[in-house]
Each structure stands twice: as C-alpha cells, then as structure tokens.
Design a protein around this ligand. Structure first.
Ligand SMILES: *[C@@H]1O[C@H](CO)[C@@H](O)[C@H](O)[C@H]1NC(C)=O
Ligand SMILES: *[C@@H]1O[C@H](CO)[C@@H](O)[C@H](O)[C@H]1NC(C)=O
Ligand SMILES: *[C@@H]1O[C@H](CO)[C@@H](O)[C@H](O)[C@H]1NC(C)=O
Length: 554
C-alpha cells in the first residue's frame, strides 16, 4: 500500500468518522440505539484470497478506447466511418471555406485495399481567402493540445500538381493558432506518406487539426493521424489514464468486451485479425451495440500490450459465432474455431510461427502469456451455445492444455452441464439487491469450476453519477466474494471508463469516479469505492456499516 493510498484511505475514514459523528449526535437527539457485531476471526473460517481476485474489465463502450485510453486525436482518420458507399458522411470532418471555394467528397481511390475510401478535396478559388480553404477535424469532442507538447502527424496525400499544404492545430473557431507547419506535396500520381512533428506554443483543450491551402487544384487525403508524442511507453495509451489504472494494481485485464465482442450482428463483431498489423491498413469497424465507429488502432495486439504494461494477466474474450441477433450453426463453426486458434498463435506462438511472426513484426518477438480465454459473452441462453462452446473448448484444450477456459453459463447455483475451468457471473442491479447478494456464493458447490465475477455494478438511479449507497452495496457484495474466495477466483467492476460526452447508452454509473480532466474530452474511471481507496471491501463495509444499512435494509 503506497503512501498516496494510505492518505486517501485515511482522509476517507476521517470524513466518514466525522459524518458518523454528526449522525450520532443527530440520532442521539431522537433515540439511542445499540448494535452488536459478532466477528468470527478464527483461522478455520479463513480463506486465502487468490492473487487474481481483483482485476479490470475493459470494454470499448462509451468511447472508453476511441477518444479514451487510445491517444489518437483524429476521429475517423481514414474517412471510413461513413461506410464504403461514396459519397459518404465524413463526420466529424468539416470544411474551412464554403462550397463555392472548396468541394470535398469521398471516393474509393485509397492506396489501402482494406479501407479503400479516401477524401478528395478540390480547391475552386483562384483568389482564395486569407488563411486558405481546406478541411478540419475536431477529434473526439475537441483535441487537448497542450503548451510545449509535441504531436506526431502522419497522413497520406496525393496531388497531381505540386502544392503547399498548411497543417495547423488551432482552437475550435480557428482563431487561436497553436502550431503550424507547411508541407510541400510534389505533383505525382502516387500516394505519399507525410510525417511531421508539431509542437504547440499554447494550450487549448478543445482544439482541432486543420489542413488548408491557397492553391487551386485537387488533393486527396487518407489515414490522417495525430498522436501525442508522450503516450505510455510509446505504446499509444494516454499516460494519465494508464497511471489511474496502474494505481488499481489490476491482476488481470479482461478485453475487449462485453457485447462489443458479440455485435448486434456478427458482421459488426470485433475481429482480431482485422485489428492487427500496420494501423493504416486496418479497416476499422462500426460497433453496432454501442453505436460508434472505431478505426481499431486499439486492436488485439494493443490490448495484449496494455495487459503487459499493467502487469495484468490478459483474458481474451472471443466471439464464439454468436451475436445478439444471428448465430453460426455448430456444423459451420470450424472456421471460427480456426480463427481463434490463430489468435492464440498470434499471442503465444514463437516468433517464427505463422502468426507469431506477425506479432514479432509488430515489435513484440516475445509471446504474450495468454492463460485465460472466455468463450463468448453472455451467450449461455443461446440455442447453439453449448454446441459451439464444445468445439472451441476441445480444440483449445488440445492445442493449449494450460489455457483456462471460461464458460458464459452461471454455475453458482447448479453444476454446469459442460466442462469449464471458470464461469462468468454478471450482475447489474439496484443497491438493495446487490447488498443482499453478498451470500450468493455461500452455498455454491466447492467441486465445480470457479467463478469469474467479470461484470458487476449497482446501476440506474441508485448509482446515478456515483453514490455512497451504491458503493456500500458493492462493498457488501465483494465481502461475499472475499468470503468465498476459495471458489471465486476473479472479479471486475464494469464499465471501467466512460467518456463524459458519451454516457447516453449506458445506464450504470460508477460509484466513485476519478475524472481525468486534462482534456476537453473528459474521461472518467469508474471503480467501486473500496478499490479506489485500496482498502479491503470488508474494511470499507465495516466502516460504513453503522451509517447506512438502515437505508438498505429497510
Ligand atoms: C480555446 O478556444 C476557445 C474557442 O474555441 C476559446 O473560447 C477559449 O478561450 C480558448 N481557451 C484558451 C485557454 O485559450
Ligand atoms: C504559435 O505558433 C503559431 C503557428 O506558428 C503562430 O501563428 C502564433 O503566433 C504562435 N503564438 C505564440 C503566442 O507564439
Ligand atoms: C508510382 O509508384 C510506382 C510503384 O511504386 C512507381 O513504379 C512509379 O515510378 C511511381 N510514380 C511516380 C511518378 O513517382
């Protein structure tokens, strides 16, 4: 326990004692109450808490990744978000000038075959307005550009005639210029990769990237990326968000979902293979469950890297041929099984194996130690779940006997009807129900697979934007997990992050939020109370016990 944690826990306790004191004074006026608390601390009832008990669950939801932990500042960098049919919506890109001076439309002329859409910009003015005409990107609700910091621009351009482009970081109204550079594009029929470093001479948290010119003619753009230079270990993660995660000391990282893994339809599910290799060549995809586009710069490789950077065991949740609305029949599941085996070779294979070599080429010759996989997400009730599950289970067991496999079916109240090393247990509910669920695992059979409580939270009005009531209920629930930690091996709160601009699709609120306000694009880390203060749930629960339960138990 570090000094910072001790002090925040101490402050928290002092505050609580102060509140309790006030409450006691107040209640003494009404009536005096007595409570007896029996604590059984005998060694016989002690259970060792597994090393793996507390970890994190990262889902691409609420812009947790795109516009969140992934530091890319340009939104829709490849112009693919509007779909493959052109002209397409280029949102949030927009033009500088008007349609009599600049004509902008997507076409299918990219040099990248898997993301073929590019942007064609035709400058129509002979005598363009001062400052020029062009395009701009506001990022994810504004780019946080900071004084003295460097930003790496990469873009692909093509222009039949030699032309000068001015690339700038400006305030959202374009009036404040924070960094600027001029790029000369030599006239050619080929695409050219441009790389430039921009150093900001001022701060504006809602900045934009703009590309302008004064010269009449046509220029194509594609894969326009702007990354801050100081990402965590140069791995592309926002440093201040990573440090919040490091403070949690997570023992595992479950990724990348959640429903994000399933998709509303299979065609929109997360595909690991499309999310690896050079970022420029990744097609990106529309996550139809949480309704936004990701360019998949934060892909399968980056998730594995994130786990390594956090010192957490990676838990890869893969699609098992099931989405919310369609399913692959077990008779036709073989290619999906092979796809998952390839993903495991990508992670664990030697640098000279087929997929291990792709990983090595991306900069990580050493394997990533994937020891856990989850076969689907929340799919137990689906017709073909067991059929598909067994196909994946048997193939993985054979190829990687040490990998622990997680079933979607709840084994807490009755034995599973299929083999598994662990089973998922998810709960989102009101505070009273979760509070009462502290005894859920008391009577669970000790002989079956272990529980992975991989998503839990108090939600809706009890959670709001964080509440002590919800925190207490979650702490009480966690005491039940600690008490039964001989059969509960892992637990993670959900969701982990929410972008303040995209709360609409989630009903849950975390119980304690740490706001990372260094951007116009504000991210909040959602953690349950005891995790934030690094005290045991039992301790938090004990401290809070006398102040709140009346509300809960009532
Ligand atoms: C940032 O830009 C906005 C206009 O988009 C302006 O109102 C604001 O004052 C600027 N902030 C700073 C710190 O200069
Ligand atoms: C910052 O840099 C921009 C672009 O080079 C320039 O236009 C602006 O005057 C500079 N601002 C300050 C305060 O130096
Ligand atoms: C365009 O690229 C092709 C293939 O890389 C090359 O052969 C050709 O010389 C290039 N043309 C120009 C004008 O640079």
């Amino acid at each position: 326990m570090g000094f910072k944690e001790v002090s925040s826990a101490t402050i928290f306790c002092l505050l609580l004692l102060f509140c309790l004191g006030c409450r006691c004074l107040a209640s003494e006026l009404v009536t005096s109450q007595a409570a007896t608390l029996n604590v059984d601390a005998s060694p016989q009832s002690a259970r060792k808490i597994p090393e793996t008990l507390f970890g994190i669950f990262f889902e691409e939801i609420n812009h947790a990744g795109a516009g969140g932990i992934w530091a890319e500042l340009v939104s829709n960098r490849g112009f693919e978000a509007g779909g493959p049919h052109t002209p397409s919506n280029i949102d949030p890109w927009s033009i500088i000038g008007d349609d009599s001076s600049v004509f902008v439309a997507t076409d299918r002329t990219s040099c990248f075959s898997r993301n073929i859409v590019a942007l064609r910009m035709e400058v129509l003015c002979d005598d363009c307005p001062t400052g020029g005409v062009g395009i701009y990107n506001p990022g994810f609700w504004g780019m946080n550009i900071e004084d003295g910091k460097a930003y790496n621009l990469v873009m692909y351009v093509k222009s039949p005639e030699t032309t000068d482009l001015t690339v700038s970081l400006t305030s959202s109204d374009g009036l404040q210029n924070l960094a600027s550079t001029t790029i000369t594009v030599s006239g050619t029929s080929n695409w050219t990769k441009v790389e430039q470093k921009l150093v900001a001479n001022g701060t504006n948290r809602t900045s934009r990237l703009q590309i302008t010119t004064n010269k009449k003619g046509v220029v194509w753009f594609d894969q326009v990326s702007l990354m801050p230079e100081d990402t965590y270990k140069g791995h592309g993660f926002r440093t201040e968000l990573i440090s919040m995660l490091l403070d949690l000391k997570p023992r595992f990282l479950r990724f990348p979902g959640g429903c994000f893994v399933e998709g509303d339809w299979l065609r929109n599910a997360f595909r690991w293979r499309e999310s690896i290799g050079p970022w420029e060549e990744r097609p990106g995809h529309f996550g139809d469950v949480w309704h936004y586009w990701t360019d998949d710069g934060l892909g399968y490789y980056e998730f594995l890297q994130l786990a390594e950077d956090l010192g957490a065991a990676p838990i890869w949740v893969f699609n098992n041929g099931v989405s919310h609305n369609d399913e692959v029949d077990t008779a036709a599941i073989a290619p999906f099984v092979k796809d998952v085996l390839d993903s495991l070779e990508f992670a664990r294979g030697s640098a000279d194996s087929t997929w291990g070599s792709v990983r090595a080429a991306m900069g990580h010759p050493e394997p990533f130690p994937v020891k856990y996989v989850a076969i689907g997400n929340e799919d137990c009730g689906k017709k073909i779940y067991r059929g598909n599950y067994l196909k994946f289970y048997n193939a993985i067991r054979q190829a990687y006997p040490d990998i622990q496999m997680i079933s979607n079916c709840d084994g807490s109240s009755r034995p599973l009807d299929h083999p598994a090393d662990l089973y998922d247990f998810h709960v989102y509910t009101d505070s009273k129900t979760l509070f009462n669920m502290r005894s859920t695992f008391d009577s669970t059979s000790r002989s079956g697979p272990k529980a992975f409580v991989s998503e839990y939270a108090v939600w809706r009005s009890d959670a709001g934007r964080g509440s002590l009531l919800a925190s207490l209920a979650e702490a009480a629930f966690l005491t039940g997990l600690e008490k039964n930690s001989d059969i509960v091996q892992m637990a993670s709160y959900a969701p982990l992050f929410v972008n303040d601009n995209d709360r609409t699709l989630v009903f849950m609120g975390g119980t304690l939020m740490l706001s990372s306000s260094t951007r116009g694009n504000i991210m909040e880390l959602l953690v349950t109370g005891c995790r934030h203060f690094s005290v045991s749930p039992a301790v938090l629960w004990f401290i809070l016990l006398q102040s709140i339960p009346a509300t809960l138990v009532r």
